[in-house]
Design a protein around this ligand. Structure first.
Ligand code: ADP
Length: 689
């Protein structure tokens, strides 16, 4: 730009029109040129200023608090106020594009002002109009600011997050309406310390965190805090605190982008926080935590139960194995005798003396009987164990039962040379709740033991008493050998005979085991006291039943008499597929001369033979090849020839279920194998008289 062009621009500045050409020349010579680049700061707000500027080319902006308030172009002047007032600049000026300025200091300017009052007037007019424009600008700026502030206020007041600002000392400077959720009005909290709403015990760290002078938007704190609900305005009597997540960052008096500049003068104004309610989430988390704990406890307990069950199963398995090996051992012992002595008889033949033969046969008989009782008791025990046993509880008269049982064991007592005293003799009936058959089995076992483990000339005392607990206690007391103290805990275990297995005293060691199980099934109990060498007292306890008058059914069973032998000859047919069984029955009946025995190996053959023979009695096996015993008995009973012929089942199937089935079929009676000679004779006599 030439000097003339510069002068031309300066001449057009409003207050310059009153300058003479001479004065313009002087004015032009009194200032200096400044070439500035875009964004160059000409002066800042608050700077001291005793110069003013005329824009020769380009443009500048005037700003206040980082806000642009005016733009000036060529021919405009600025910066004059600070010069006139001799005060720091009220606004800053920055170059907007490459600009050429004409700078005047106050000495030159004062000179021209003093020389021409019209210049002063013009100058004042310019300043005043500019002030008006500036005021308008400021006004509109404030309006915009107000609108935007209102917009932000609406947003802040309607969001559900609590937004608040605290001073560096922790005083609440601002808080929005969302705080009402805690039962506070925002106004009542302004000026109060932040701990008014903070549960410091549960979140002691937060206040300290808030008041830390953190810088910049990234230096935020996230924390879980507990806020206190207003005690004077409880939102619910059950809620006295709520959980929030707080995001906070420091607030400074400078713009964020300037904050990081080194050395920038800045002041910490406090902390701005946004708190979001997470009570629900917290509750869910706690619930989940509790559930997890419960689940863990449950898993722990279940595992314990399972482990226990596993242990018990292993124990039961072990017990079963032991039991089986005992059973096997117990069965082999009598079998060994049976086979051994039988072999001796077979081998020795006629060379063996008659006495020896009888001795061998007696051993075989004893072992056989022992084997039979073993099998019976093992079956009994296994039925009890497998819960297939039926218990039929009725009111049983103990006095009557004892009278019968004591009477029945009398021959046995005589054999052992033991006196049995029944002190219940003549007493009024005492009813207990029990299964009649099972009760007899238990008492008989106790009576038998009291005889077996007694001594010659000893006594057995039977007594009964009732208790205040509505029970009856039966005691069987003997004067026998007693039970050694160290063995007393074993006697209810199966196969525990306490060395009696090496003696002449017959037994299986299962009787008391069965007794205890039966007593439990009948909701009673069994126990004993024993003094070695003095004797034992076994007792059972049962709940009392209802007293009732004795019905004819309760009458003592008549003593069975052996039937007298019939006078005429009788025909008996035995249907059996096993030759050895046929031979045994033939041998048994050989002494009964009044019987003609015929045999058949199948039911079909027997049915046919019966048409011709018209037998007086049929002994019928159940498990036969072809037609079985059940079908055969039905055929016999259908046929007019054999309809009235007594049909006796003779079976090795001695389990309770089998017996029940036989009873339901049309048999007249049944015998179980091994057949006992006396019972066989009695049955034949009864049906053939
Ligand atoms: P067992 O068939 O051997 O008699 P039990 O189960 O009835 O079987 O009895 C188990 C064991 O308890 C007997 O072998 C015996 O050692 C002991 N015992 C039972 N009753 C008496 C008693 N009255 N006196 C002494 N010992 C007894």
């Amino acid at each position: 730009m030439t000097s003339e062009e510069e002068k031309e621009i300066i001449r057009n500045v409003p207050f310059m029109q009153y300058f003479t050409p001479q004065q313009l020349e002087e004015f032009h010579a009194g200032g200096r040129r400044l070439e500035l680049k875009k964004d160059d700061l000409i002066f800042n707000e608050g700077d001291a200023g005793d110069t003013m500027y005329i824009i020769l080319a380009g443009s500048i902006e005037i700003f206040k608090q980082n806000k642009q308030i005016a733009v000036r172009g060529p021919g405009d002047y600025f910066g004059e106020m600070a010069m006139i007032e001799s005060k720091p600049r009220s606004a800053g000026a920055r170059v907007m594009e490459d600009t050429l300025l004409f700078e005047l200091d106050h000495v030159v300017f004062d000179h021209f002002l003093n020389s021409n009052t019209r210049i002063v007037k013009q100058f004042l007019q310019t300043i005043s109009s500019r002030c008006r424009v500036d005021l308008d600008i400021i006004d509109s700026g404030y309006l915009q600011l107000f609108k935007s502030e209102e917009r932000y206020r609406t947003i802040i007041e309607t969001i559900s997050d609590i937004v608040f600002q605290v001073n560096p000392d922790g005083t609440i400077e601002f808080i929005n309406s969302a705080v009402k959720v805690l039962g506070y009005e925002p106004e009542e909290l302004i000026g109060k310390h932040f701990t008014t709403i903070l549960n410091e015990e549960k979140t002691p760290f937060l206040l300290e965190d808030l008041l830390t002078k953190r810088i910049g938007p990234r230096a935020t704190t996230n924390a879980e805090v507990v806020f206190r609900v207003n005690e004077d305005n409880p939102i619910s009597e059950f809620i006295d605190e709520m959980f929030f997540l707080v995001d906070s960052h420091g607030v400074w008096n400078v713009r964020n982008d300037l904050v990081m500049k080194k050395g920038a003068a800045k002041k910490f104004l406090g902390t701005l926080c946004i708190a979001r309610d997470f009570t629900e989430r917290k509750k869910n988390e706690e619930l989940m935590e509790r559930r997890k704990d419960e689940l863990e406890t449950l898993v722990y307990e279940r595992t314990k139960v399972l482990e226990q069950a596993k242990k018990e199963a292993e124990f039961a398995n072990e017990a079963k194995t032991q039991f089986l090996s005992r059973v096997s051992h117990e069965l082999r012992t009598p079998l060994n005798a049976i086979i051994g002595f039988s072999e001796l008889i077979v081998e020795g033949g006629l060379r063996t003396s008659k006495e020896k033969l009888i001795g061998f046969a007696q051993n075989i008989l004893d072992s056989g009987r022992h084997l039979l009782s073993l099998i019976t008791e093992i079956l009994d025990l296994s039925r009890i164990e497998s819960d297939t046993i039926q218990i039929n509880i009725t009111d049983v008269d103990m006095i009557l039962t004892l009278r019968e049982l004591v009477m029945n064991i009398e021959p046995e007592a005589n054999r052992y040379e033991v006196t049995v005293t029944n002190s219940t003799q003549g007493m009024d009936p005492v009813y207990v709740k029990a299964d009649d058959v099972k009760l007899r089995q238990v008492v008989l076992n106790l009576l038998n033991n009291a005889l077996k483990y007694n001594r010659k000339g000893g006594t057995v005392q039977v007594c009964l008493r009732t208790t205040s607990g509505n029970t009856a206690v039966l005691e069987v007391e003997d004067t026998g050998v007693g039970i050694p103290l160290e063995d007393q805990h074993k006697i209810f275990e199966p196969f525990q005979r306490l060395k009696w297995e090496y003696s002449d005293i017959q037994g299986t060691g299962i009787g008391l085991t069965i007794c205890r199980r039966l007593m439990n099934l009948m909701k009673g109990s069994i126990g004993f006291t024993s003094i070695p060498d003095k004797g034992s007292c076994f007792f059972i306890e049962l709940p009392l039943g209802k007293n009732r008058t004795q019905s004819p059914d309760d009458a003592p069973v008549e003593n069975k008499q052996t039937e007298p032998a019939p006078t005429s000859r009788k025909t008996v047919m035995y249907i059996e597929d096993e030759p050895i069984n046929r031979a045994l029955i033939a041998a048994c009946l050989a002494n009964l001369e009044w019987i003609d025995l015929h045999t058949a190996t199948t039911a079909e053959e027997g049915l046919e033979l019966a048409q011709k023979l018209r037998p007086d009695l049929v002994l019928l096996d159940i498990l036969l090849p072809g037609m079985n015993g059940y079908s055969a008995v039905a055929e016999f009973k259908k046929n007019p020839v054999t309809r009235d012929t007594p049909i006796i089942a003779l079976t090795a199937q001695a389990m309770q279920d089998d017996i029940e089935k036989i009873k339901r079929a049309q048999f007249d009676s049944y015998l179980t194998k091994p057949v006992q000679l006396q019972i066989l004779n009695e049955t034949l006599s009864r049906y053939l008289k």
